[in-house]
Design a protein around this ligand. Structure first.
Ligand SMILES: [Zn+2]
Length: 453
């Protein structure tokens, strides 16, 4: 991220997509943020946390001071934001806090506030070393590292699509909607998810079940975050936030694939997302008994695809892609500059329509044995292509289908990954070698063949 050497004055503008959305959700949003602040205070009162930091208006300060005194808490004013008001810390350990604050020991403050170690480390790096005011982009980048530890970050990335748990999402923190007080290191930070769930349960026990449910719903909506020239825009189906961020010359986009789409939502704000109110069973369509089994079988394939991308593959075609979930993962990991094109071929239209559908996955509804290379190579430049094919699909084909199909594969792909989900049949490799393919790599339950040029 190329950040310019100046600070954009702090600002934040909130707009709701319709009067109805405003009436329902701005009211709920205010209740959530107010209730969260009270809940945080309660955590200090009950000794579950050592310290908390919040903002207050000057006019509310006397009442806050007497409240703190009543509860035996110290109140330290540590800053003043023209936008949010006085920044204060509430703590039972005022000396430790004051010392850490005055010496600028951010990590010590983080520990006093009870933040996870990984998130403190990321915050110190972004805030102190890189001088960032907005940690959203570093957080998304760290999420990619979480999915693929070998990802090559020397490449420029400008667009990242992630899945986020409501407990790690910071996308609505400008509205005060959150499950943790800190800025997590990644959208997949396990420590944050654990703390967020604990907080949600404890928050519910304060009698605010409804408010907690709204917070969870809002943080499960799809979100698009863009940042350019110091202005960030955060779009959800219900609310749009425009605020200051680190000034960059180039545009950065983060998309969080939500799991819930609100009834009053305007799809135009998140056009790339498929509205869905239900969690979709993504594994049965793809022939797995549970989600865990599917994740386990997808892992070696994802790793092998990553290795081929590093070797110059620019297009991945999955023959018989089911609902496209494997492609969804491939697109999440590899549809980053340079863009890897991701295409799925599937004859079952219903399966395709049930897919969660990463915005960059293209689907062709067609019987894989009749797939026509001209359709696939019709658009744009011909790119080095990797074809994914399960040996199970070869077993299912009739001899006539195979006679047509095998020579066509030579035409479609430069490389062919034959794989199985615990049922990989290595015998198929031989028939491909006869057709003019040579082995380049092998992995768990898979082999990669290269077309002899
Ligand atoms: Zn973390």
């Amino acid at each position: 991220m190329n950040v310019l050497d100046f600070k954009v004055p702090e600002f934040c503008r909130i707009s709701w997509v319709s009067q109805e959305a405003d009436k329902t959700w701005s009211h709920r949003s205010n209740l959530i943020s107010e209730s969260w602040l009270n809940f945080e205070k309660e955590l200090i009162c009950t000794g579950k946390r050592q310290a908390a930091m919040q903002f207050t208006k000057l006019a509310d300060l006397p009442a806050l001071q007497s409240w703190a005194q009543e509860h035996g808490l110290a109140l330290l004013i540590v800053g003043n934001s023209p936008l949010y008001g006085l920044r204060f810390a509430l703590t039972r350990k005022p000396y430790e806090f004051f010392e850490a604050w005055s010496l600028g020991k951010l990590a010590d403050i983080g520990y006093l506030l009870g933040y996870p170690e990984c998130c403190i480390k990321a915050f110190v790096e972004n805030w102190t070393e890189l001088k960032r005011v907005d940690t959203t982009w570093p957080m998304a980048r760290e999420t990619i590292r979480h999915i693929d530890p070998r990802y090559d970050f020397s490449k420029k990335i400008h667009s990242i699509t992630v899945n986020s748990s409501p407990y790690t999402s910071t996308m609505l923190h400008w509205l005060g909607i959150r499950f943790v007080p800190h800025l997590p290191c990644s959208f997949e930070c396990e420590q944050t998810i654990r703390q967020g769930k604990e907080n949600a349960n404890a928050w519910k026990e304060t009698g605010r079940k409804e408010v907690v449910a709204w917070a969870k719903e809002m943080l499960s909506w799809p979100v698009e975050y863009t940042a350019l020239h110091g202005i960030a825009e955060i779009k959800t189906p219900i609310v749009r936030i425009t605020c200051s961020t680190d000034p960059t010359v180039e545009k950065y986009t983060i998309r969080v694939q939500g799991t819930q789409f609100p009834l009053l939502g305007a799809p135009s704000l998140t056009r790339w997302c498929v509205p869905s109110n239900v969690k979709v069973d993504t594994w049965t369509d793809n022939g797995f008994s549970t989600e865990d089994v599917m994740i386990e079988f997808h892992a070696p394939i994802l790793e092998a695809v990553g290795a081929r991308v590093l070797e110059g593959i620019q297009r991945v075609i999955d023959l018989g892609c089911g609902n496209g979930l494997l492609l969804d993962k491939i697109a999440t990991l590899y549809h980053i500059d340079p863009l890897v094109e991701v295409v799925g071929i599937e004859s079952d239209k219903a399966k395709v329509s049930r897919g969660r559908r990463h915005e960059f996955v293209q689907f062709v509804t067609r019987n894989i044995y009749d797939v026509d290379s001209s359709q696939l190579k019709g658009q744009g430049k011909i790119k080095p292509t990797l074809v994914l094919l399960s040996t199970q699909r070869l077993k299912e084909a009739t001899p006539e289908q195979l006679d047509r199909f095998l020579p066509r594969l030579l035409d479609i792909g430069d490389e062919l990954m034959l794989y199985g989900y615990g049922d990989f049949d290595p015998a198929w490799e031989k028939s491909f070698v006869v057709e003019g393919w040579a082995r380049t790599a092998t992995g768990k339950d898979l082999v990669v063949l290269k077309r002899a040029s």
